[in-house]
Design a protein around this ligand. Structure first.
Ligand code: NAP
Length: 255
């Protein structure tokens, strides 16, 4: 992995931040993208070297165009579409503009950046789209979020097949519950309900992803041993009706 460059969206915290640190250790020059410039500055200063930051809100048309242009011009060897968030709330209670914003980031921005990347990528390049284990499950109280991630998983697995003969590796990364700011963001600032599900540190997610990136074989990487087990087992032993009832009964968005 020498002389490689990576652009990581959502690098100011959580999984994206750990990706930036670990890829820098692997010899990548990283470009870190997010809205919080202060956090990005701290990260890039810690990393030292020629790592860079781009402050961008990927739901903003002009910012998204600027990041697309950057990907086009720089010809990165790795793009990680990691920026994303959830809303844990019943569907009809969420204002429609908030739903559009979520879809704009989790789907539209990811599709646009994937498109520009794959049109400029050459053999040896790789694209990682961060989805979620929830993409495999119906999730009452997080219906739009799990729906966006179902799109990301299906879209990305299909790209894996389309790109493999060009030697461009595409990975759908499906983390299980991970210890990041994600849950606080999804619950909203005023709600504090614990999700009380087993969770893994973001380092576990990133380690598994980098291992798979080196092998370049699997279209789908589910991270966290428990969630890997559940994702494989539950569809085999439970009906869809049973699954949606269990997910609904345990959802923090159904209070
Ligand atoms: N944590 C989990 O349990 C879990 C499980 C499965 C999948 N995931 C997925 O993992 C990915 C990373 O989430 P995380 O867990 O690391 O959560 P996180 O700590 O909240 O990180 C989310 C990142 O996305 C960035 N972001 C949010 N809105 C943005 C926007 N409009 N434009 C640009 N950047 C934006 C945030 O930075 P700024 O606020 O600075 O913009 C932050 O860097 C997400 O796609 C999430 O859906 C998480």
């Amino acid at each position: 992995m020498q002389n490689s460059n990576a652009l990581i969206t959502g690098a100011s915290s959580g999984i994206g931040l750990v990706f930036a640190k670990e890829l820098a250790k692997e010899g990548y020059t990283v470009t870190c993208v997010a809205r919080n410039e202060e956090k990005l500055r701290r990260l890039v200063d810690d990393l030292g070297g020629s790592h860079r930051l781009i402050r961008a809100d990927l739901t903003d048309k002009d910012d998204l165009a600027a990041v697309s242009q950057e990907i086009h011009d720089t010809r990165y060897s790795l793009l990680i579409n990691n920026a994303g968030y959830g809303i844990y709330e019943k569907f009809e209670n969420i204002p429609i503009e908030k739903i559009h914003n979520l879809i704009q980031l989790n789907i539209n921005a990811l599709v646009q950046l994937s498109h520009v990347f794959l049109n400029t990528a050459s053999a040896g390049a790789a694209l990682i789209n961060v989805s979620s284990v929830l993409s495999l499950l119906p999730f009452p109280g997080g219906a739009v979020y799990s729906g966006t991630k179902a799109f990301v998983t299906n879209f990305t697995e299909a790209l894996w097949y389309e790109c493999k003969d060009k030697e461009i590796y595409v990975m759908a990364l499906l983390p299980g519950v991970t210890d990041t700011d994600f849950h606080q963001v999804a619950l909203g600032k005023t709600r504090t309900k614990e999700t009380n599900r087993p969770s893994y540190p973001p380092e576990v997610v990133v380690k598994e992803a980098i291992r798979a990136l080196k092998k370049r074989t699997q279209p789908t990487v589910i991270s966290g041993p428990l969630y890997k087990f559940l994702a494989i087992l539950t569809p085999r032993i439970l009906s869809r009706a049973r699954m949606v009832k269990i997910m609904g009964a345990n959802s923090p968005g159904m209070d």
